[in-house]
Write a protein that binds this ligand. Structure first.
Ligand code: TRP
Length: 341
């Protein structure tokens, strides 16, 4: 029996995490780690659906992604870190679930639809860039979640269609194979308050590939030069011109990093009583202050990588006790447990 409700969430190890990830999910994970039995999946198999031609990149980022999570404040004594490819039960479940999802349902999944549209922009309209594995990654994500019998999934809003897809698979599985019982748990998403953080350039999303992000690993100088280049109100020419904080990315980040002074920032900006350079300097100081404990933990883990490897190895081992049991129940419900008893 579970003592606490269980969380399963994860990241694709494809690059460093940025403050969009911090506000969008990491902060929430940190907040929830005491209340829930938390598992963090380093989703290398899912990363390969998009990066099968670059396995070295995925490999390098296994430790990076884990260190980002630890630096954000996840406590390895409370939280279990798991490497997806080292849990074969997830791959097996993916195969069984793939019968419960139609191809057209996957093609209609809003997250997949957006990602396919992006691929077509890059690779042309033939659709040939879309592999079977890519189209099927929501099925594999359903396997991630259900392998752990997770109750709750804290995610950003771009992931909601994937959680919905998981819920459908769970309902179908239970209906088909449960004989009136719920074999699998139907998970619920918890959305972060700041689910989507805009980029320094004012773009709707901070993105690894968009060049508009502040990374958790950025040093002071990098943060300074990035904030100095952030987009402000283009109509403000002189230091004491009144301006509109609603179109200014510096004001936008003040809201995230300068809780107490945000109202003052906006008032002074509108009144023309706040020059952009000073406003940016204040923001830089507040970002650096907020990042300091994160960076301090990073310094520790970066010089103790063996400890991080150990956290992953032990965590994965612990995880398999759960996933093996889930697979046993799934196979029994599907009547393919031939050699058991
Ligand atoms: N799809 C998630 C992302 O791109 C990563 C992920 C993999 C995940 N498996 C998961 C998230 C299970 C939540 C639950 O960020």
């Amino acid at each position: 029996m579970k003592e606490k409700k269980r969380i399963l969430t994860g990241d694709r190890p494809t690059g460093k995490l940025h403050i969009g990830h911090y506000f969008g999910s990491l902060q929430n994970r940190v907040k929830l780690q005491d209340e829930y039995d938390t598992y963090i999946l380093v989703a290398d198999v899912q990363a390969l659906t998009d990066n099968f031609n670059n396995p070295a990149k995925v490999r390098e980022n296994i430790l990076e992604t884990t260190i980002d999570n630890l630096s954000a404040g996840l406590d390895p004594n409370k939280v279990t870190f798991v490497v997806q490819s080292m849990v074969p039960e997830i791959a097996e479940l993916t195969v069984f679930y793939s019968n419960l999802v139609t191809v057209s349902r996957l093609q209609r999944n809003p997250t997949i639809k957006t990602e396919i549209a992006q691929k077509k922009e890059i690779f042309g309209n033939s659709g040939e860039s879309v592999t079977y594995g890519f189209l099927g990654y929501p099925v594999s994500q359903a396997a991630d979640i259900t392998a752990f019998n997770a109750d709750v999934i804290p995610v950003g809003d771009d992931q909601l269609p994937l959680i919905e897809q998981t819920r459908e698979i769970v309902r179908k599985f239970n209906l088909l194979y449960g004989e009136g019982k719920d074999i699998l748990t139907e998970p619920e998403a918890i959305l972060s308050k700041n689910s989507r953080i805009k980029g320094l350039d004012g773009g709707v999303k901070m993105g690894k590939s968009l060049g508009n992000a502040i990374y958790l690993a950025d040093d002071d100088e990098t943060i300074k030069s990035k904030v100095m280049g952030a987009v402000t109100d283009p109509n403000k020419i002189r230091k004491d011109d009144p301006a509109n904080p609603d179109v200014c990315m510096v004001a936008y980040y003040h809201k995230l990093f300068s809780d107490d002074s945000y109202a003052t920032v906006c008032d002074e900006c509108k009144a023309g009583a706040r020059g952009c350079v000073n406003c940016k300097r204040e923001l830089i100081a507040n970002i650096i202050k907020k990042m300091e404990p994160i960076r301090e933990r990073r310094r520790y883990y970066e010089t103790h990588k063996d400890e991080v490897k150990d956290i992953l190895e032990k965590g994965t081992k612990k995880a398999r006790e759960i996933t093996k049991e889930t697979l046993r129940q799934v196979k029994s419900a599907m009547k393919i447990d031939y050699f058991e008893s």
